[in-house]
Design a protein around this ligand. Structure first.
Ligand SMILES: [Fe+2]
Length: 168
């Protein structure tokens, strides 16, 4: 790769790290509001566990940004996108919540998985094995979370109906 192309690849990777970092910050808020709108203890436990993982995801990305000499102040666009997503989710937090929370949480995990698939490849192109490793580590925990949500669809429907006073 010519020097100019290397610079552009590195730059693109940095953009993706910043986006992922802003995404994790907004997901921390999303998980917080889901935890406070959930009564079922098992689901609360699952969300709390993933919030701890998400804190680590955010921290790993922040460490990469620091190591690469990029502060975390130039992520306006990413924050706008992630922020409006989180807001859309927060707006729904009252009313039928169990089903909608599950749907939104599942969708969020797959958005993260897609982001990390792209970031890992960009990092490999840029020869940054540490960033590639962070993308992989974060993605594998998001995949596990998506699976935990998917193992509970029946329960989410029961909880949604229970909110309407329907016992299943
Ligand atoms: Fe996640």
């Amino acid at each position: 790769m010519a020097q100019g192309e290397e610079d552009k690849t590195q730059q693109k990777m940095l953009d993706y790290i910043e986006n992922a970092h802003a995404m994790e910050q907004s997901i921390l808020r999303q998980l917080g509001s889901m935890i406070s709108s959930t009564d079922d203890q098992e689901i609360v436990e699952m969300l709390r566990h993933h919030r701890e993982e998400t804190e680590q995801h955010e921290q790993r990305l922040r460490e990469r940004l620091d190591a690469l000499g990029r502060g975390t102040s130039t992520r306006k666009e990413a924050q706008t996108i992630a922020g409006s997503m989180a807001k859309g989710i927060a707006d729904q937090v009252r009313g039928d919540q169990a089903g909608k929370n599950a749907r939104d949480a599942f969708t969020t995990e797959y958005m993260e998985i897609a982001s990390y698939e792209l970031l890992e490849r960009l990092a490999n192109q840029a020869g940054d094995t540490e960033t590639a490793g962070v993308a992989r580590a974060n993605r594998s925990e998001d995949e596990a979370m998506a699976q935990r949500i998917a193992a509970n669809w029946d329960k989410f429907v029961d909880l949604t109906l229970a909110e309407e006073g329907v016992q299943t």
